[in-house]
Design a protein around this ligand. Structure first.
Ligand SMILES: [Zn+2]
Length: 78
C-alpha cells in the first residue's frame, strides 16, 4: 500500500428559511447574516446542504517526509 494526499474540493449550496424579529427587512437580513457567520445555523446548513460539484485529486506522497513522491529524496539517502 502507498500513501496518498487527497485534495477534496466541494462546491456546496445551502438554502433554508429563518424566522426572526427585526425593525425592518434590512435589519433582519443583517441579523441573520451575523448569525450565519457566528455558526448559529450549523444544523440548518447541514440539513439543507447539497453538493453541486466535487473534485478529488490524489497525489502519492512519501510516508516519511510527506513530500510528493517525485520530490522525495529519502531513498537516495539510503
Ligand atoms: Zn521521503
Amino acid at each position: 500500500m502507498e500513501t496518498f494526499n487527497v485534495r477534496v474540493s466541494l462546491q456546496q449550496e445551502s438554502i433554508f428559511n429563518v424566522e426572526i424579529e427585526a425593525a425592518d427587512s434590512e435589519d433582519a437580513e443583517e441579523a441573520v447574516q451575523v448569525a450565519v457567520w457566528e455558526d448559529e445555523y450549523t444544523d440548518e446548513i447541514r440539513q439543507s446542504l447539497e453538493i453541486l460539484d466535487e473534485q478529488y485529486d490524489a497525489e502519492e506522497i512519501c510516508p516519511e517526509c510527506k513530500r510528493w513522491i517525485d520530490k522525495c529524496e529519502c531513498k537516495e539517502d539510503e
